[in-house]
Design a protein around this ligand. Structure first.
Ligand SMILES: [Cu+2]
Length: 173
């Protein structure tokens, strides 16, 4: 049931040994059907380390006129861990808005992550945050967007359509 056992994920054995961890299996929707990957959340001293590894991201396209660039990709935790495609032109609205438990402006939401940079479709990133604990994010939705986050436009950074979604599940938490 958890395909990440078969995935041969390089970070997997490292994260498996963590006592308090959560992960989301990411699956692309109709706008990025080949997109797949994992996001791990691991308790570390004074916060959480988030580790993402994603394949099948679309190629970068520069922005022109009022058309936003494709990539680097906005990356957030959304309120609801519900990844239903719904309207194929506006997929994954089921995940709701940004997870924002402290009622901050966008740019400082607990679930505002750094953008994901695609390297011929592949992205790997880890970062530290002290804005939540691993247990807080279980049941939330991870969303990867088509366009970059400007960390300023409200409420969601103008990051555009939702390419992919994953539900955060606990593991030993
Ligand atoms: Cu988002």
């Amino acid at each position: 049931m958890m395909n990440y056992y078969q995935y041969g994920h390089p970070g997997y054995s490292y994260y498996r040994s963590a006592p308090n961890m959560a992960f989301a299996q990411i699956q692309g929707g109709p706008l990025a059907p080949g997109l797949k990957g994992y996001v791990f959340f691991r308790e570390v001293q004074n916060g959480v380390e988030v580790y993402a590894e994603i394949t099948g991201l679309p190629s970068y396209k520069e922005g022109k006129g009022d058309q936003n660039p494709i990539g680097p990709h906005g990356f957030h935790l959304h309120e609801k861990g519900v990844c239903e495609i719904g309207d194929p032109k506006e997929p994954f609205s089921s995940a709701g808005g940004h997870w924002n438990p402290t009622n901050h402006p966008h740019g400082n939401h607990a679930g505002d992550f750094p953008v994901l940079f695609s390297n011929d479709g592949y992205a790997k990133m880890s970062f530290f945050t002290n804005k939540f604990k691993v247990k807080d994010v279980i049941g939330k939705g991870v969303i990867i967007h088509q366009s970059p986050d400007d960390y300023r436009s409200q409420p969601s950074g103008d990051a555009g359509k939702r390419l992919a979604c994953g539900v955060v599940m606990g593991y030993g938490v």
